[in-house]
Design a protein around this ligand. Structure first.
Ligand code: AMP
Ligand code: ZN
Ligand code: FE
Ligand code: FE
Length: 300
């Protein structure tokens, strides 16, 4: 056995803790993501695929060959008001049985939901076959962005955004719901797996104002939430500062990442987002302190 790798960056190092791979709706494989991050000189990354551990599991198998530190991660979708809340989970044990079982239920429901969307599109006069979607998605989990890409390929729409606006958005004519873990279940499942639950991109909650957001965050903290994603593509300096203050008031840590997806969001790049995102390595140290697992920098 090799001695466990120690990660002690000497200079200011930046990280990207929100990355999607081909295991969900990203277009870049875990190995390529590691190579891009390594080349960019990032100190750490986390692959946080939607409702699946496969992206992280694959990435961690390559850890020994690379300097960039890889943290286990996931992004779990939960219903929130009329929309969606995303809960990130870091430093989870990838072999945790309740976590795996919960995700299997979600994944089965996603597969059924995808077929319902295709049936609705067909009723609307836009035939997209499962094969066509599979060609876009590859082996990983299939999501609405893949169906959007298939519609784009068939020139039914001119952009991914148009596919969502016309058909796929929540409440849209081809939308079908799927089973999702409630926020409380997502948080508890991550905690049980030794991980650190973090509210992803708080702006996507579309809360009414700052005080509404604070009430929501305080409620999530009661459920076990430990952090807020303050640094995120598109948040800008003022928003990031606002979320950091909120985190501080609530006694929560902050994390950050680009929400890189590759082809479906081509303007977003690993490590820098739209160009100016910089997430300091200190967020990783905070995560490790918060982890309920006995994280010691070992491969999971
Ligand atoms: P799914 O998990 O299959 O329901 O798909 C959700 C994913 O679709 C989100 O994580 C986003 O990446 C993407 N998405 C949702 N709404 C939009 C939108 N309006 N435009 C582009 N992508 C979107
Ligand atoms: Zn996504
Ligand atoms: Fe998200
Ligand atoms: Fe994401």
């Amino acid at each position: 056995m090799n001695a466990p790798r120690t990660h002690t960056p000497l200079k200011q190092t930046y990280v990207d803790l929100h990355i999607h791979s081909t295991a969900s709706d990203g277009s870049v494989s875990p190995l390529e993501i590691i190579q891009i991050a390594e080349k960019a000189g990032l100190g750490a990354i986390a692959i946080t695929d939607h409702d699946t551990l496969e992206g992280s599991a694959e990435a961690l198998r390559y850890q020994q060959g690379y300097e960039v530190e890889i943290l286990p991660g996931i992004e779990i979708s939960a219903p929130f008001r009329s929309g969606t809340m995303h809960i990130l989970g870091y430093l989870i044990r990838l072999d945790d049985v309740p976590l795996r079982e919960a995700l299997e239920v979600v994944q089965r429901s996603r597969a059924t939901r995808n077929l319902q969307i295709l049936a609705k599109l067909q009723n609307l006069g836009f035939e997209v076959t499962y094969d066509e979607v599979f060609q876009v998605a590859g082996e990983g989990q299939i999501g609405r962005p893949h169906i959007a890409q298939a519609l784009l390929r068939k020139r039914v729409v001119q952009s991914i955004e148009e596919a969502f606006v016309r058909f796929l958005k929540q409440g849209g004519p081809a939308y079908a719901d799927r089973y999702r873990l409630e926020p409380a279940e997502a948080i508890q499942t991550i905690l049980h797996a030794g991980g650190v639950p973090v509210l992803a991109h708080p702006s996507s909650l579309h809360t009414e104002n700052e005080s509404d957001l604070e009430t929501v965050v305080a409620g999530l903290k009661e459920l076990g939430l430990k952090g807020i994603e303050a640094y995120c593509t598109g948040h800008g300096f003022a928003r990031t500062a606002q979320y950091k203050r909120l985190a501080h008031r609530q006694g929560l840590l902050v994390t950050g990442g680009t929400d890189f997806h590759g082809a479906i969001k081509p303007a977003v790049h690993i490590g820098v987002g739209n160009g100016d995102l910089r997430v300091p390595y200190t967020v990783v140290e905070e995560l490790k302190r918060a982890a309920t697992s006995s994280y010691r920098g070992k491969a999971y």
